[in-house]
Ligand binder design. Structure first.
Ligand code: IMP
Ligand code: MG
Length: 181
């Protein structure tokens, strides 16, 4: 379904950063890496709501080994663009991840506080392995020391939307990723 026009919902101030084709090409590469590492181990991929669901849905279809999915939701910025640093679990995991191979799937790592919180929280369940995948990473902004195993694209410190990422809750349905002007 590539090539669908979304001109009517893309403000003129938005600047295209990654096209749908560029994103899917990179997602295929990440899927192949994850498949190579976890083949035969039935990993659980955990999508972080809300932003991570689009990436998760494309990523799992690029991984050709049996896997499970689950979701969790943590409090984010609300409608602001800065992390408060106070993170709460809004929807806990359903799956039992003890002794399982786990990949957390995020849309973007900015300050890194969310991913650090998730690492601490999920480690306590004693998974066999815990890895982190994010489509985007803003390395300049990240203030925690955490290893990201799968990164789609490193980007500059700009606010981006589309492909699951929101601007005050809208624009998640854009097929490309845009810098908000
Ligand atoms: P962190 O805890 O600061 O790393 O923030 C992570 C979360 O903030 C992401 O999962 C996103 O939901 C949100 N976020 C950070 N930067 C952006 C952005 O540029 N656009 C949209 N959401 C963002
Ligand atoms: Mg997120």
């Amino acid at each position: 379904m590539t090539g669908v026009s979304q001109e009517n919902i893309i403000p003129q101030t938005y600047e295209l950063l990654f096209s749908e084709e560029q994103i899917l090409q990179r997602v295929r590469e990440l899927g192949a890496e994850i498949e190579g590492h976890f083949e035969g181990r039935k990993p659980i991929l955990i999508g972080v709501l809300n932003g991570g669901f689009v990436f998760l849905s494309d990523l799992i279809r690029c991984i050709n080994t049996d896997l499970e999915i689950d979701f969790l939701r943590i409090s984010s910025y609300g409608d602001t663009r800065e992390s408060s640093g106070h993170i709460k679990i809004l929807k806990p995991l359903s799956a039992d991840i003890r002794d399982r191979s786990v990949v957390v799937v995020e849309d973007i790592v900015d300050s890194g506080l969310s991913i650090q919180f998730l690492k601490n929280m999920l480690s306590a369940f004693e998974p066999a392995e815990l890895r982190f995948a994010t489509l985007l990473h803003k390395p300049e902004r990240t203030m925690v020391d955490i290893n990201l195993d799968y990164v789609g694209f490193e980007i500059e410190d700009r606010y981006v939307v589309g492909y699951g990422l929101d601007d005050a809750q809208i624009k998640r349905n854009l097929r490309g990723i845009y810098v908000v002007g």
